[in-house]
Design a protein around this ligand. Structure first.
Ligand code: HEC
Ligand code: HEC
Length: 351
């Protein structure tokens, strides 16, 4: 766990201890429970960068340029931004990503929001070990950007302005695959969710969200058990679970971990930031609306050995479902954001 997250959880523990001291161990009231829950979602104040690839503005600028540049695709017709679009919460609005060869991929494009806080492997099934190791897959995918790493390196080396940008970022103009990975990852860590009504509420503005959403927040953390997996300020535990939806050969992390019962049909818990802008939902885009997502959790999914023990029929009333929906609606940022959303703390550390 990264230190910034520790600080977030640390704040929750401190709040809990203070409450226990104030109210005694015998019981905390509804409001006290809510206060403790709220503290667990406070945003950290800086973006975490790994020691092996520290932040610098020049590296982030280079990464931003690469992310938006079709030069990385074989036919100059596609860039990272073709699928991870800032105007669509860094996804693409499709059920499954489109291939260059016609037809769709098996997977929906995940948002890149708050990817800096993903602790552990990336991708719906965790096939990527780190953010630095993701980019080569789309660049070389035949149905995707359909290039080759030596070709991408050669094209960038032939461009004087890229040689200058690599020199600014790395000290000399050599273009290498590792530097390409490092720059793209540095830019992507700046893709941070903007400030939403929910953030104003947890920082003390009681009028920021309606009462229905507050009741939905209580359900989310209480009886409905959503926070068991959608935890912390990014609303994800960065882990993999079977929520009882996928079927057939679509076994997610089970393909990589064939000996684990629990990881059969398990997929990465997605962040819920900007969730209202990211339909359709799930790894395969199979659930069209948030109402349908809530109905699915209400029913509890397919009962089988791999299904998480946290998933069970909830028997929510119509009002409770509406409250949960109102809560999810508070996670969408307000107003215009710049392309990276880095206007809202957490900020990148000064290099
Ligand atoms: C054709 C659409 C498409 C393009 C172009 C594309 N991606 Fe993706 N991206 C996807 C899909 C689909 C996945 C899910 C892959 C998986 O889980 O196996 C993904 C996953 C990712 C992830 C993992 C996110 C997470 O939460 O686990 C990152 C990071 C990422 N892409 C970055 C990039 C970068 C950088 C580029 C450009 C070099 C790029 N993508 C180009 C569709 C695309
Ligand atoms: C056992 C862990 C777990 C629990 C508990 C859980 N979720 Fe999820 N959630 C996941 C996983 C894993 C996915 C992705 C599944 C997939 O892609 O097939 C997901 C997907 C979602 C999505 C779709 C997001 C997207 O970008 O596609 C929403 C919305 C959501 N959950 C809301 C909730 C709500 C509301 C609750 C409580 C009623 C809840 N979740 C409880 C693990 C969980």
């Amino acid at each position: 766990m990264m230190w910034s997250q520790l600080r977030t959880y640390g704040a929750a523990a401190v709040a809990l201890a203070a409450l226990a001291a104030a109210t005694g161990p015998a019981g905390t009231s509804e409001d006290d429970r809510r206060a403790v829950w709220r503290a667990a979602y406070r945003p950290p104040s800086v973006i975490p960068f790994p020691e092996t690839n520290p932040y610098s503005p020049a590296k982030a600028d280079l990464g931003r340029r690469l992310f938006f540049d079709p030069i990385l695709s074989g036919n100059n017709d596609r860039a990272c931004v073709s699928c991870h679009r800032p105007d669509l919460a860094w996804s693409d609005g499709r059920a499954r990503a489109s291939t260059l060869v016609g037809g769709d991929m098996d997977l929906r494009t995940p948002t890149l929001l708050n990817v800096a806080w993903q602790d552990g492997p990336l991708g719906w099934d965790g096939k990527f070990h780190s953010l630095e190791l993701v980019a080569r897959a789309p660049i070389t995918g035949i149905g995707n950007m359909n290039s080759k790493i030596p070709e991408a390196v050669q094209r960038l080396s032939a461009d004087e302005s890229y040689r200058e940008a690599f020199a600014a970022a790395f000290g000399d103009p050599v273009v290498s695959a590792e530097r390409l990975d490092a720059a793209l990852a540095t830019f992507q860590r700046l893709i941070v969710a903007g400030k939403a009504p929910f953030d104003r509420w947890i920082s003390g503005d009681e009028a920021a969200i309606p009462d229905a959403a507050k009741r939905g927040f209580d359900l989310f953390n209480g009886r409905a058990g959503c926070s068991g997996c959608h935890s912390g300020w990014s609303f994800t535990d960065s882990s993999f679970h079977d929520i009882g939806t996928a079927t057939g050969n679509d076994i997610g992390r089970g393909r990589l971990m064939p000996n684990s019962v629990a990881l059969r049909y398990a997929f990465k818990t997605p962040t819920l930031r900007e969730v209202g802008k990211r339909a359709p939902f799930m790894h395969d885009g199979s659930i069209p609306t948030l109402e349908a997502v809530i109905d699915l959790y209400d029913k509890g999914g397919i009962e089988r050995p791999s299904r998480s023990r946290q998933i069970k029929p909830l028997n929510l009333t119509a009002e409770e479902k509406a409250d949960l929906l109102a809560f999810l609606g508070t996670l969408t940022a307000e107003g215009d954001r710049d392309e990276t959303s880095a206007v809202f703390p957490p900020q990148a550390p000064t290099p």
